[in-house]
Design a protein around this ligand. Structure first.
Ligand code: SF4
Length: 396
């Protein structure tokens, strides 16, 4: 891997990523606040045509840039038939210069992982799967409103290996209502026994305007208390460290540094990425933007030859600096390099954040690791509060 691929922030001319949002799910999980729609499979042909047209439109402006990663996220991209993935991958490779060793990931739900399908999407060029297992406890799957059973991911993972996928990530959630420490320990056992290349483990957030929030407000669901969630996270840190995993981001572990999620590193290193599909968020040419949310409106706009952008905002230098710090400090192993910071932003990190850094070091939340500033173990447990200190920098 090139040196630029591991240091945060990325230089402004770093290779880009492409994110494609597939906003379809077979049903909507009660805790989900993503831009997703159920029972709209009849829209797949129009959706795929729209993505192909959007690829053409964006390639007209950005086709010269080297693409290091593609990520099909959702929603449930594994609901999209293999012909859809084949057409999308074919068009991407014709219109963009995709690196020969590009990481091409797809999010998948365990219930979609059939052998023929997996072989077809592997042949289309997808080389990494991020599988939403969430929990292997049957009562947890019920509470989370998931459609699969604990045996479904076991079959799906075996089928993925057989189809030639040698880069699998398993996604888990902890802190769901009713979960005990023992439940979470059994899930950690499952991850370690299954031995995927990568694991993402996020604590459940009760998002506004979700059925979960309504149930919590009515007293039907009781969230796990914060102390228990911290205990679960600390158990995760211990178990994964003892097993020798690379804890490279607050919620992400890789079996080895070269197996880190290269696409997500683009976000955390504050590099740029193209976003395609309804509601997709992108970061390009010094702007952050997002596409039209509703699939029908998105499809209409693209079919008229228009870029389906709903909102775009120029990133001023102070915002770019704050984003570098807030995203980069998530990189628990590497942190933010002061040299890369100065090259990217033209200021010394300590000239802008000297007092903040001194204070957070003094109270044991941050540390220097050679040239890089990173969270300490104590800082990791209150990472959001630490990151907030880097909002609103005053430039000299
Ligand atoms: S499968 Fe994922 S994206 Fe779809 S509703 Fe459930 S949590 Fe949301």
């Amino acid at each position: 891997m090139e040196p630029y691929a591991v240091i945060a922030p990325a230089p402004s001319n770093a290779p880009i990523g492409i994110y494609i949002h597939v906003p379809y799910c077979s049903r909507i999980c009660p805790y989900c606040d993503f831009n997703v729609y159920a029972r709209l499979q009849s829209q797949f042909p129009d959706y795929v045509d729209a993505i192909l047209n959007e690829i053409d439109l964006v390639a007209g402006q950005q086709g010269h840039r080297e693409v290091a990663t593609v990520f099909l996220g959702g929603g449930t991209p594994s609901l999209l038939p293999s012909w859809g993935h084949e057409r999308i991958m074919d068009r991407l490779s014709r219109r963009f210069s995709i690196a020969a060793d590009a990481e091409i990931s797809m999010e998948a739900n365990p219930e979609g992982l059939e052998a023929d399908y997996l072989r077809e999407i592997r042949s289309a060029g997808i080389n990494r799967l991020s599988i939403g297992v969430q929990t292997q406890q049957a009562h947890g799957l019920k509470v989370l409103g998931r459609a699969h059973k604990p045996e479904t991911p076991i079959r799906g993972i075996a089928a993925a290996r057989e189809a030639g996928f040698d880069n699998l990530s398993l996604d888990f959630i902890f802190g769901w209502p009713g979960q005990t420490l023992d439940d979470w320990e059994r899930d950690l056992d499952f991850i370690l026994e299954t031995n995927p290349e990568h694991a993402s483990m996020y604590s459940l957030i009760i998002e506004p305007n979700t059925p979960y929030q309504t149930a919590v407000n009515r007293g039907i669901l009781v969230p796990v208390d914060d102390d228990m969630v911290s205990e679960m996270y600390e158990m995760t840190l211990e178990r994964m460290a003892t097993a020798g995993w690379d804890h490279y981001e607050i919620s992400n572990w890789a079996r080895a540094p070269e197996l880190r999620s290269r696409h997500n590193l683009i976000y955390w290193r504050n590099a740029e990425y193209i976003a395609l599909g309804p509601g997709a968020h992108g970061h390009l040419s010094g702007h952050r933007f997002h596409n039209l949310l509703l699939p029908e409106r998105y499809i209409d706009a693209v079919s008229r030859g228009e870029l389906p952008v709903a909102e775009s905002e120029e990133i001023d230098p102070a915002t770019a600096i704050a984003e570098t710090m807030m995203l980069g400090l998530r990189l628990t192993a590497d942190g933010v390099s002061s040299l890369a910071f100065e090259r990217r932003h033209g200021y010394r990190m300590t000239d802008i954040y000297g007092e903040t850094i001194a204070y957070l070091r003094e109270i044991g939340m941050l540390e220097w690791n050679e040239d890089s500033l990173r969270l300490t173990r104590a800082g990791l447990l209150i990472a959001n509060e630490v990151a907030e200190r880097f909002l609103d920098p005053v430039l000299p």
